[in-house]
Ligand binder design. Sequence first.
Ligand code: GLC
Length: 427
Amino acid sequence: MSPDTQKIAAAARRALSDNRQSGTSGWDGKRYDFVCPSGTTYPFQWLWDSAFHAIALSHVDPALAKQELRCLLQGAQPDGFIPHMLLWEKNAHEAALREYSITLLHPYFTSITQPPVLARAIERVYEASGDVGFLRDVLPPTLRFFRWLKAQRDPDDDALIATIQPDESGLDASPKYDAAMGVPWDPPEATLPALTRSMDRLFAEYEPLRGDPARILSLDRFVWEDVMVNTIYADGLRRLGPLCRAAGYPEAEAREFEDRATRVRSALETKCWDEKAGVFWDLSGWREEPARTLTFSSLFPLVLADLDPRKAARLIDEHLLNEREFWLPYPIPSTAASEPTFDPGWRTKTTWRGPTWVAINWYLYWGLREHGRADIATELARRTFEMVERAGMREFFDPRTGAGEGASSFGMSTLVLDLIAAEHLPS
Ligand code: GLC
């Protein structure tokens, strides 16, 4: 039986409304009104989650989608930095600081950033609303952010930006970081405590340099050129060009971002592509050692329309559709089934080690379509609907059975609304 997309869309709309947080913050009396990732486990505003929420909201009410991004951009700093978490609600701070591995740069925001999905979200919200005034308001802090990434996170000037700790990619406990972080995967109960200890050591070393990314990078403690992060960055740069033109910016400014998009894509192809394996690898440390753990990141440049079609075909035919790696009953697993660290049933109680995430399927869905493989995109969407219909808006899913795992009523999973619209199914 085909999935009941009307029922799924209703559940997504309910999650977006249940997760709304609004009020006046102790932070200079700023007003906040946004969708949090999950009311129970994640009551704050996260940078990449909020961008995904805005895309989902553009199918519910473009006004709410605009508000989501305007609220987020209240956290944008004059130098361009945008924090990965805005902790609007003071009452919840104590529990957050106890439960999460985070460090603050300011009483109301963290000291790291997250992938710049923001540009893609602005494009979608602008398309849905046609509101040039909105575009003119949100572009300045967004362009500053993309320039900050270039200025502060590309110290070797190779076009690829580096992250300074695992959760900056959003992929907190991905096994690709295990070697760098000294984290074991066996027994599974040992993984999370070891990662927490390792993060504490990292924080202690960074503490004297907090807020000074250039010096943090020079420590060479955790310098990571991540394929997924750089793909999202290149994709964002590419989309900023037309947005600048629509807002009436000079042509040279639009070109600045588009040219950089090309340079980032080209650096990914030159430095991260492994011709023998037919995948991309993240680069670790100043020595840029390829991190050869097969995760969905290795396939992610598929998202880029200008990726060499021959490489795209190899990613799809040799890996994405490979039943021993990624083409499981409920694809795409965050870590390939062929990896010894593959943890589809969430035994490590930590994230990105095997389960399937709707946001990743969403990005790859559009990448498949860009590369002329709409048939596979449709099948990926269909299996995503099936999984969400049975398990609900969970944080992630067991790729073998589709069983839901992690938080309930999870924001990123509401991206099914965009997939339903893209597939022209009833919502
Ligand atoms: C987890 C995820 C991260 C996300 C956050 C809030 O930490 O790993 O990607 O941003 O939760 O949903």
